[in-house]
Design a protein around this ligand. Structure first.
Ligand code: CO
Length: 429
């Protein structure tokens, strides 16, 4: 397969927030002939068609319909758009000792050490009042390193290499600039950036915002043999991108759905998260009635794609000795008998057969019995919809760091496996 890694690197850099990821994916879908449909519209699906829906600008469901769902079911691929990060507090700017700083709140289970000593930029969504008095959302991205969280010098913290801990309230405010009298006005900063991005859309006031800091270092290929991808947000934009590529490449005989949810990193309970009704609302509209939806769901399956832990060579003892996924050795089928993953023998077998038929490698993982297991959107969606689900994902290192590591080959293998899944003609069930 000749799939280039460049489009993924560009997508990672262009998607500092879930809002930007969804905007980029929606643009790709429109270019491929998918029509944007607003949930508020009266809308009856044709038997054949390509549509997409968004919620909160940060979650998306794309539908490629070819046959009556009640008779043929759906093939679903799911992933999440959010990643752990530092979000800006509403009263954003503080100042002391001659410096203005940005106050931040930790979103999700971020690994905090890697956020220090990096050029950080700011992006997200602002909600504005326009000159005409309307409330509108705008995406914003400063796209330059305007903030920095400096480490404390080792001379002032001699124990730093042995037991440095991070206080989320005290240690994370990011330095913006020196101030002599007054700290910068954050409203004015935002309005100036909006004026640069949207010259013809004058803003009366910024009413509220959802902004996060992000690392300005671009995604890149690293390693002696150029076999790794180093980037922020590989968990889980890599899966979003693979799902999109698979959807666009898949044949025209099956009903294919891509669902990308925000808020996975904080438990998925939100109007746009996997523990809300977004996906259910769309699937219900695709079916003539409730019994039709139930019949469609019983003929459906979801692949929930979210990155897995590859075995870390410096910490191999943290992984189950008999299940040690390697980078560039294929996607990992995740199993947990306590249902932290939704995989069962039937759905694992379907995914395994997809890989084997396409000549693709795959691996299997369980967490050590004496460690807690993570979870993802798979079990939540399975419980909400009663849909057969397999949890899988490419192995990676440094999960939830501001810079994670995945395998170049795995991206290609995952995309091919998801395409193979979308094209499954018949279920065993
Ligand atoms: Co994830």
């Amino acid at each position: 397969m000749a799939q280039s890694i460049e489009p993924l690197l560009r997508f990672l850099d262009a998607s500092p927030t879930p809002f930007h990821a969804v905007a980029g994916i929606a643009a790709r879908l429109r270019a491929a002939g998918y029509a944007a449909v607003a949930e508020r519209e009266r809308w009856r699906p044709a038997a054949v068609g390509k549509y997409y829906f968004t919620r909160n600008d940060s979650s998306l469901v794309a539908v490629n319909l070819h046959r009556p769902p009640a008779e043929h079911g759906f093939r679903l691929v799911g992933a999440h758009t959010d990643s752990p990060c530092l979000k800006v507090k509403p009263n954003a700017v503080t100042h002391n000792n001659g410096y203005a700083k940005l106050a931040v709140e930790v979103y999700g289970g971020a690994l905090l050490n890697p956020w220090f000593d990096r050029g950080l930029s700011l992006a997200g969504r602002v909600t504005v009042r326009t000159a005409a008095g309307r409330i509108e959302n705008r995406l914003i991205n400063f796209a330059r390193p305007l903030a920095f969280i400096p480490s404390l010098a080792i001379h002032l913290d001699r124990d730093a290499n042995d037991n440095r801990s991070i206080n989320k309230q005290k240690d994370l405010p990011a330095v913006l600039c020196r101030v002599s009298k007054r700290a910068p006005d954050f409203q004015r900063l935002l309005r100036a950036q909006l004026a640069r991005q949207y010259r013809r859309l004058p803003v009366d006031a910024v009413l509220a915002f959802e902004l996060c800091l992000y690392d300005c270092q671009a995604a890149e290929i690293v390693g002696l043999k150029n076999e790794f991808i180093a980037s922020a947000r590989l968990d889980n934009l890599l899966s979003c991108h693979a799902g999109l590529e698979a959807l666009l490449a898949a044949g025209k005989k099956t009903n294919n759905i891509l669902v990308l949810n925000d808020h996975e990193e904080v438990g998925s309970v939100s109007a746009s998260g996997a523990d809300g009704l977004f996906l259910h609302a769309i699937l219900r509209r695709l079916c003539a009635d409730e019994p039709g939806l139930d019949r469609a769901l019983s003929r459906s399956m979801m692949v929930s794609a979210d990155n897995a832990h590859g075995v870390h060579p410096n910490y191999a003892h943290k992984h189950e000795p008999n299940h040690q996924p390697l980078l560039n050795a294929g996607p990992v089928i995740k199993v947990n008998s306590n249902q932290r993953y939704a995989t069962n023998s039937e759905t694992a077998a379907v995914f395994r057969q997809v890989c084997e038929r396409a000549g693709l490698p795959f691996q299997t993982v369980v967490v050590r019995s004496d460690l807690a297991c993570g979870s993802t959107i798979g079990p939540i969606t399975a419980a909400r919809l009663g849909i057969r689900t397999v949890d899988i994902g490419v192995p990676q290192l440094g999960m939830h760091s501001v810079r994670e590591l995945a395998g170049v080959k795995d991206q290609r293998i995952l995309t091919a496996a998801l395409k193979g899944f979308y094209e499954i003609a018949d279920w065993p069930f």
